[in-house]
Design a protein around this ligand. Structure first.
Ligand code: UGA
Ligand code: MN
Length: 327
């Protein structure tokens, strides 16, 4: 009798162990922090308003909201430290690849907590394409427009000056009457490529932060040279004599600095392409003050990619298809 019981026990033992292991593995599955956000916006619809994310997710999340799920017996939940809002100013203009560029950009921004997208069209009015796109983008956003005067639409002249200034004006106006909430501004051209790590880096900007940019200035990368935690020069293939030899994609500015320098804007007068960044930064900071990010400026987290002009050689002069499709 005893031996029958023993043999039953040993037959069952591996099965019991398997069930225990499976239950254990299941409960150890990581929380859903990496599940993508829904396509449709969890934000209140409308134009121009501040829309705070209802949930945070992804690797950038501040610790805190998860506190809601904390064990009852643990310490009482602390008030969540406020995550600085990242304001991304993107100038954009109508061309065959515009919606593709904006789609890539929105797919990136959607992964970033507490980001407010200021999209500024280089146009006399807001276009239907961009309006429809933003409405479905699932991002807190503001849609502005200002046309570049025709005399400035020439090769060899800086681009997007008026659009970036419109973004700056909106930011200043919006924070005019309230104590500035923590915030960080950066200029996100619609054709560059941004890693998610970049947003984690720039989020802690106190005044003005800088980092390397890939595929720019005729080199694989450009970067600020850092010694003892301070910027001491620039590794660049183009006009190293610029006070700030950096691309638009290579820096971020705290909202506080933008508000306390109300006159700092991008200037048309006397500004040459490639000098806009330097001319702007000169108005708000000094090289000594710059905060190096991305491991003392030794990591490329943003690339100055440029999209090839599309070949539309076979596009018919008059509309031939039976339907009209937005591209
Ligand atoms: C480089 C810099 O990276 C830009 O930040 C700078 O504005 C530009 O030079 C310049 O020459 O002023 P690059 O790739 O040559 O960039 O410029 P684009 O990407 O063609 O334009 C920069 C931004 O301005 C883009 O977001 C683009 O959509 C927008 N843009 C461009 C306009 O809004 N209107 C235009 O007519 C052209
Ligand atoms: Mn570009």
């Amino acid at each position: 009798m005893k031996s029958v019981l023993f043999s039953r026990f040993f037959i069952l033992l591996p099965w019991i162990l398997i069930v225990i292991i499976m239950l254990d593995v299941d409960t150890r599955r990581p929380a859903s922090s990496l599940t993508p956000r829904p396509y449709f916006s969890p934000y209140v619809a409308g134009r121009g308003g501040a829309r705070l994310p209802l949930r945070r997710g992804g690797p950038n999340s501040a610790p805190g909201r998860a506190a809601e799920k904390r064990n009852e017996s643990g310490p009482p939940p602390q008030p969540e430290p406020q995550l600085p809002t990242i304001y991304a100013i993107t100038p954009t203009y109508s061309r065959p690849v515009q919606k593709a560029e904006l789609t890539r950009l929105a797919n990136t921004f959607r992964q970033v907590a507490q980001l407010h997208w200021i999209l500024v069209e280089d146009a006399a009015a807001r276009s239907e394409l961009v309006s429809r796109f933003l409405a479905r983008a699932g991002l807190p956003s503001t849609h502005l427009h200002v046309p570049t005067p025709r005399r400035y639409k020439r090769p060899g002249l800086p681009r997007a000056t008026e659009q970036r200034n419109a973004g700056l004006a909106w930011l200043r106006q919006r924070h005019q009457h309230q104590r500035a909430q923590p915030g960080v501004l950066f200029f996100a051209d619609d054709d560059n490529t941004y890693s998610l790590e970049l947003f984690q880096e720039m989020r802690t900007t106190r005044k003005v932060s800088v980092w390397p940019v890939g595929l720019v200035g005729g080199r694989r990368y450009e970067r600020p040279l850092v010694e003892n935690g301070k910027v001491v020069g620039w590794y660049t293939g183009w006009r190293a004599d610029r006070p700030f030899a950096i691309d638009m994609a290579g820096f971020a500015v705290s909202l506080q600095v933008i508000l306390s320098n109300p006159k700092a804007i991008f200037k048309r007068h006397g500004s040459l392409p490639g000098m806009q960044e330097s001319d702007f930064l000169k108005q708000i900071t000094t090289v000594e003050e710059l905060e190096p990010k991305a491991n003392n400026c030794t990591k490329v987290l943003v690339w100055h990619t440029r999209t090839e002009k599309v070949n539309l050689a076979n596009e018919p002069k008059h509309h031939l298809d039976t339907v009209r499709i937005e591209v």
